[in-house]
Design a protein around this ligand. Sequence first.
Ligand code: PPE
Length: 305
Amino acid sequence: MPIEKVDKIWMNGSFVNWDDAKIHVLSHVVHYGSSWFEGIRCYHTKKGSAVFRLDAHLKRLYDSAKIYRAQIPYTIEELTEAVLETIRVNNLKECYIRPVVYRGYGEIGVNPLGCPVDVAIAVWRWGAYLGAEALENGIDVCTSSWHRPAPGTFPTMAKAGGNYLNSQLIKMEALANGYAEGIALDAFGTVSEGSGENIFVIRDGVLYTTPFASAILPGITRSSVVTIAKELGYSVIETQIPREMLYIADEVFFTGTAAELTPIRSIDKIVIGTGKAGMITKALQQAFFDIVHNANDTHGWLTFV
Ligand code: PPE
């Protein structure tokens, strides 16, 4: 997706012009993938602009850095304020927010500890991630020949830049074969997640989603949907999902900040359910959009800008 420029980017405590937000080519992150980031949405709700689950996203950012022994040189309160300020200075009512922490310029070599931990926050306008129609009608996806990392290789609970090399392989293969997205299996051959989304499977009125140990990113949309589904009276089971369960599901959908709740209408050319967004998927979508569009927020999930 092309990026639409805005005015300012927050870098290490001050605002710089969009075109000046640059780093040195010998920054550690460029060579060794040493970054941790978040994707957050700010919605233009009926009650004003509000960021969805800002605290949970920033908590995950600090967790990601901690796994890699990186100390973020700001408090969570400072970064919270920096995110809100970045939205305000750019005069955006609605946007996608990308805080990124990275090992900067200092030393070269695998050992990152001699490099500074730098922080930037960018915002931009980002619409429907998998296409405008996707939210309504669902998408056609495939299972990927690329698997998610095995335990003890790349920690998937960290939202690390380097993990997205795996996501890129999954996404490019899917697109090359004419699909909108790929579903990756884990090292054991059970379902993991999409290149940038968690997955839910519905069968006989029960929701299933893959556990953290299936090499997923602990998605914040995923946890929100689990909460919403339980409130609507559905059972949600977190368990390993065999690949074939995808094909015989009544409904399958992706969740993610960018993807929101995107229905899946076919997998490997096998039609899922009725081949349209299912009833439960629609009900969950509606409940989710009621929170972020109408600000009907009973959970304290919105931070107003
Ligand atoms: N798994 C992966 C691998 C992932 O990247 C995301 C978010 C999720 C699950 C869902 O997590 P959450 O957003 O907390 O519900 N992917 C982000 C980046 C997408 C991109 O293309 O860049 C996102 O959705 O913002």
